[in-house]
Design a protein around this ligand. Structure first.
Ligand SMILES: C[S@@+](CC[C@H](N)C(=O)[O-])C[C@H]1O[C@@H](n2cnc3c(N)ncnc32)[C@H](O)[C@@H]1O
Length: 249
C-alpha cells in the first residue's frame, strides 16, 4: 500500500497517473466515460507523407504527442492558411509539436509566425478539478532544448515566449490575427484563460485545438472544452485521437 502511494506520488510529479481502463466496456471516472476506442477505418495518410515523416522522426523525442495528433496539427497548419494569420502554441515542453507546426508553415511558404509559449518551469494553475496535476509537472525542459530542435529542423519562423500565458507573457505576443491556437496545458484554468485572452484576435474559421481532451487525469481540460462548446459562436469537433477542435463561426 505504501509502495503504491509512493509510486503514484512519483508518477504524479512526472505528470502521469495509474488508472484501470478496461479493454472493452466503459468505466465512469470523475463524471466522464472512458473506454478503449478502436475505430474501424484504416486510412493512414501520414505513412505516405515523406515530408511529415521526416519532421516527425526528428521531433518525436521532444514530444509527448503521438503521431495521430501530430499529423492532425501538421494538416491544420495548412487548412488554416486559408484564414491567414499567426499560430500560437501554449504548452511547448521540449518543442516537439510547436516546432512541427513551425516546420509545416515554413515548408508551405507561409508568412505566419509560430508563437511558442511556456513557463519552462512546468504546469501552473492546477485546481481541485484537475485530478492528476498539482503544479510543476513537465518542468524537465529549457529554451535551449526547443532552440536546438528548431535549428535541427531549420525553423526560422518561431518566437519563444517565456512565462505564464497569458498573465506574464501575453503582453509580449505581437500577433494581430491568430488562425490556429494549440492548447496543451493539461489543466482547466490555463486552458480557459488562453481561449479568453486570444478569442478576439481569431477570425471566423480560426481553430483552437485542445490536446488532453478525453485523457484520464485531464478532466479539467475536457470540462473546459465542454463549457465552451455550449456557446453558439463556435463549432465543436471531437477527434477520437484525443483532440477537441473548436472552430470560430
Ligand atoms: C504536456 S506539456 C506540453 C507538451 C508539448 N506540446 C509536446 O509537444 O509534447 C504541458 C506544458 O504546458 C506548460 N504550461 C502549462 N500551463 C501553462 C501556462 N499557463 N503558460 C505557459 N505554459 C504553461 C508546462 O510548462 C508544460 O511544459
Amino acid at each position: 500500500m505504501l509502495f503504491k502511494t509512493a509510486l503514484k506520488a512519483v508518477l504524479r510529479k512526472l505528470g502521469y497517473g495509474i488508472y484501470a481502463i478496461p479493454k472493452s466496456g466503459n468505466i465512469a471516472l470523475k463524471g466522464f466515460h472512458y473506454a478503449e476506442a478502436s475505430p474501424n477505418a484504416t486510412l493512414a495518410p501520414w505513412l505516405g507523407d515523406a515530408e511529415f515523416l521526416d519532421v516527425f522522426e526528428r521531433a518525436k523525442r521532444n514530444t509527448l504527442v503521438d503521431v495521430y495528433r501530430m499529423y492532425e496539427l501538421w494538416n491544420l497548419v495548412a487548412e488554416t492558411a486559408k484564414v491567414g494569420g499567426d499560430i500560437v502554441e501554449v504548452g511547448v515542453w521540449r518543442g516537439g509539436s510547436g516546432c512541427l507546426m513551425a516546420a509545416r508553415e515554413q515548408r508551405l511558404g507561409g508568412s505566419g509566425t509560430v508563437w511558442l509559449c511556456d513557463t519552462f518551469t512546468g504546469v501552473v494553475k492546477a485546481g481541485a478539478g484537475d485530478s492528476n496535476y498539482r503544479g510543476g509537472e513537465h518542468n524537465d525542459t529549457s529554451v535551449a532544448i526547443v532552440e536546438n530542435l528548431a535549428n535541427d529542423l531549420n525553423v526560422t519562423n518561431k518566437h519563444i515566449l517565456v512565462g505564464i500565458f497569458p498573465d506574464e507573457s501575453g503582453k509580449l505576443l505581437d500577433a494581430k490575427v491568430v488562425r490556429l491556437l494549440h492548447i496543451d496545458v493539461d489543466v482547466y484554468s490555463s486552458a480557459k484563460d488562453c481561449v479568453n485572452f486570444l478569442w478576439d484576435r481569431m477570425p471566423p474559421g480560426a481553430m483552437i485545438v485542445f490536446d488532453d481532451y478525453g485523457f484520464v487525469g485531464c478532466e479539467g481540460v475536457t470540462r473546459c472544452v465542454d463549457e465552451f462548446r455550449a456557446r453558439n459562436d463556435m463549432f465543436y469537433l471531437h477527434n477520437l485521437n484525443g483532440h477537441a477542435v473548436l472552430i470560430k463561426r
